[in-house]
Write a protein that binds this ligand. Sequence first.
Ligand SMILES: [Zn+2]
Ligand SMILES: [Zn+2]
Length: 191
Amino acid sequence: MSAEQDAGLSVDVRELGGKPGTQEHLDRTVATPADFSAVLVGFREGGALHLDLRLESVHEGVLLTGTASAEVSGQCSRCLDAIGYSAAVDLMQLFTHPGREVDGEAEDEDERLIGEDLTIDLEPVLRDLMVSTLPFQPVCREDCPGLCSQCGFRMEDDPEHAHEQIDPRWAALADLADGLNDPEDASGERS
Ligand SMILES: [Zn+2]
Ligand SMILES: [Zn+2]
């Protein structure tokens, strides 16, 4: 492992501090941390997470822009088959110097601070931004037919699969007819 890989998701911004206009390019591949996931799919823990980022020194701090790409794996929300694909997420995040509020505003939820040791911890930022791009209802393919709602059969195996279904209106008539034909049976077997 090179020194850069050992740095994981921490980025040293000492060189950028207080020099607006200065830029650095960060090209790094790290192991995807745990919990980069939603309910049915997630970025595979331990898989390659490739960062291609630009760090730019601005008046308020450091502006990070670029792309993070990694493998997503999980389950189709319709047929429950395993799915996997690679996803690239566009990132943009401003990290402010501690104690230097923008226009005197109170810290808001989205604000990220540069650490006292002049490093940025990318993990929480990447987690929020990347997880927000994961689909709530991932599908193995757009027209996945899913499972039969009555028995769980995989519809893909037989598109003709269906259950005998009597229109509820006809079912009511059939009940009525039964009752007329055999009134004494009404409280009997039919229940
Ligand atoms: Zn599916
Ligand atoms: Zn069925």
